[in-house]
Design a protein around this ligand. Structure first.
Ligand SMILES: [Zn+2]
Length: 352
């Protein structure tokens, strides 16, 4: 019954930007990742890491081709890939026809070594949740009885010591609750911020460990590590276990959806992308966010680059949403568990 439709909105790309990261997170692994990233732009490079971070990690002074400055995020993808990234598609889902896993399938010729590795399969644990056919991009797909005027604000790529506290203060000022899609490496670097987010009553979503892109091209083993490592990082930091996973860049695949089900995570997407990651100016971000309509899941960012425009936009948008009667709700969900193994069940109670 409630299988989510395939994803299909404009694509966006994320990125990781923290600095301190280096000291705290699995340095060896990161160095491997980044080093590989510097060669041929292989799958899984954490594009968006600032050149400074990359230099710290690799000990190299050579600028990394993959990270056009500390900017960002979703825009930072040099991925030679297809039009659906950055296509100036409207944020509403008109004309969307893609399904999870289909977006990159046309590139099956001339596999690189990384791509071949990506096709080596791993065995997932039995699904805890119903396997979705696509991620949720509207509130009612996750919370069927949500209030009519509900919208969900999702805030990605942090926590960030510079912007997350500002965002938290704003949410507090307007007595609003959001869902923070946290990057594991940042959670390890700034556990106190993760704790602050949880203590303020916001939902914490798993947004991978390194935000490597394109996420759905990573080897399966790596995808699993990105997911599980972030679960542990968030648990360590805040004592909560995320129930939602958002794929970096919104790049999904069938494997990612199966992995989500295996690890008890509902796949989360978004409906309205104000493209704040491209830093188009506070006014544009504000205007775009004010187009939000009831039921939509709105994307914005508190990490992955300079997010001052996003913070300023939120300052304007939050009171205006309230004046319009929109009710921002946290994506606090009741997962749909399977009764056993991977076979879907209508039951909503957990299995033992
Ligand atoms: Zn992201």
């Amino acid at each position: 019954m409630s299988q989510f439709p395939g994803p299909a909105r404009p694509s966006r790309r994320g990125f990781v930007g923290g600095l301190i990261v280096v000291a705290v997170a699995g340095t060896a692994e990161l160095v491997r990742i980044v080093t590989r990233g510097s060669s041929a732009q292989p799958v899984g490079s954490p594009r968006g890491l600032s050149p400074r971070v990359v230099r710290l990690l690799t000990g190299s002074s050579r600028p990394q081709p993959a990270s056009p400055s500390a900017t960002p995020s979703h825009s930072a993808s040099p991925a030679p890939s297809p039009a659906h990234h950055h296509a100036p598609v409207p944020h509403h889902r008109a004309g969307h026809t893609h399904h999870a896993g289909s977006r990159h399938d046309h590139s099956s010729h001339h596999l690189t070594k990384q791509e071949r590795r990506a096709r080596e399969h791993v065995t997932l644990p039995p699904a805890q949740l119903r396997v979705r056919t696509g991620p949720a991009y509207r509130v009612d797909q996750l919370i069927p009885n949500a209030p009519q005027q509900a919208i969900a604000l999702t805030i990605d790529d942090g926590p960030d010591p510079e912007y997350t506290p500002d965002v938290l203060r704003l949410l507090d000022r307007y007595q609003t609750v959001a869902s923070f899609c946290v990057v594991g490496i940042h959670a390890d670097a700034y556990p106190k911020l993760v704790r602050d987010i949880a203590r303020a009553g916001h939902v914490i979503v798993n947004h991978s460990y390194t935000h490597a892109l394109p996420f759905n091209k990573l080897p399966e083993k790596r995808i699993v590590t990105e997911i599980t490592r972030t679960q542990r990082a968030i648990e360590r930091a805040a004592g909560v276990t995320p129930q939602l996973f958002r794929a970096p860049g919104g790049d999904w695949s069938r494997f990612i959806l199966r992995a989500c089900a295996s690890y008890g995570l509902e796949p989360l997407d978004w409906d309205l992308d104000p493209r704040d990651w491209a830093r188009p100016g506070t006014k544009k971000i504000t205007r775009r966010m004010l187009r939000a309509r009831p039921g939509e899941i709105v994307l914005c960012h508190d990490g992955g680059g300079n997010r001052i425009e996003t913070v300023r936009a939120l300052r304007k948008v939050l009171p205006k949403w309230q004046n319009k009667g929109l009710q921002t709700i946290p994506l606090a969900i009741t997962p749909h568990y399977t009764s056993s193994g991977s076979s879907p069940s209508p039951s909503s109670s957990p299995t033992s």
